[in-house]
Design a protein around this ligand. Sequence first.
Ligand SMILES: Cc1ncc(COP(=O)(O)O)c(C=O)c1O
Length: 402
Amino acid sequence: MDKSFPLQGWSSLAVHAGHETDPNYAHLVPIYASSTYVFDTAEQGMRRFSGQEEGFIYSRWGNPTLKEAEDKIAAMETFGLPFEVKGILHASGMAAISSLLLGTLKPGDKILTHYSLYGGTEELITKVLPGFGVIPVIADLRDPQVAEDMLKKDPSIRMLYLETPANPTIQCVDIEVLTGMAKNHGLLVAVDNTFATPFLQQPFRYGVDFVVHSTTKFLNGHGTAIGGILLGRDTERMKTSMTKVHRMLGGNGNSFDAFLLIQGMKTLELRMERHCHNAMEVAQYLSTHHTVSRVNYTGLAAHPDHEVAKKQMRHPGPMLSFELKKGLQGGIDFMNNLKMCVRTVSLGTCDTLLSHPASMTHYSVPKEEKLKYGITDGLIRMNVGIENLPDILNDLEQALAD
Ligand SMILES: Cc1ncc(COP(=O)(O)O)c(C=O)c1O
């Protein structure tokens, strides 16, 4: 594509951004299955290593397949914004988050975050980082005053880390307000944008420094590969210190998974429109069902985070959770009754996926801990898929029958 041609629409960008003409005119970027790259001369090797000449050296550091995925996501995260960001593809969302945290925080620093983070991130922050002298501060940041009070009294807080909407309770925090406060105190701000994707929400719009994704989810869209990306607003820092950390930690993505990710992302807008349409209908259906005591979906006006989600997201998203009145056994029975929808813990695929945290992901977490994170015995998390709506509703109806 001619790069001077201004793209107007989201799917045009998702299809074309990041693609470079292949030297052999392959239509799609090939899966570069080569660990290393050759130099014409020793002098060229010298120029590549010193950074005087662009070019690939070793696949842990990057290759053309990885680069296309990185550049496509960077373009999507900044579509319509007057600046560029740089992305570094990783082996998983957790690898991207690890590079971020280990590359920016040092002993004595504190990281301010909120309840209801993805479990892996929460454990990394509360169990691994303290071993490196980095202290977590966890609060309910849905009330920005709480954040302001903490920032005022604790100058060692170095980073604000947000995940919105958050896994698994779908709570949202106000990126703009919290980033504004954090910046007044000189903090770095990072947002996990996995649940929303850049189609629904662009955190860089509000001045954040870093965005991370588990690309395993809606960006890939088909459940075919694990992956992650770290994107940064300070492109110089990304090219130097963050690239160094990424290379040294060795959490690089691989070409085959990047290829699957690239193809999946081309339909992001189409998939998300359908996911979100179905999710709204499912949320409305569940909220009137006699076996359901509560539906957590920010698209419903009654949800406490409705206004925040409306402000920063294009649609309320494909994820929701709901509570069954019959608690633990009700959750187990419901899960066992499903006929089309799938029992599994991941999300972001075309098919509707449901999980029951109390009997699955959070089975061994003490009850008081679970409640702190909003996880009750009857809570069901749902990734509403792109199937035809009547089939999703019929499956729920029969699975919920007393
Ligand atoms: C919001 C969020 N962030 C990060 C991760 C970690 O991603 P990965 O499993 O690709 O390492 C997940 C995984 O479920 C997630 O839901």
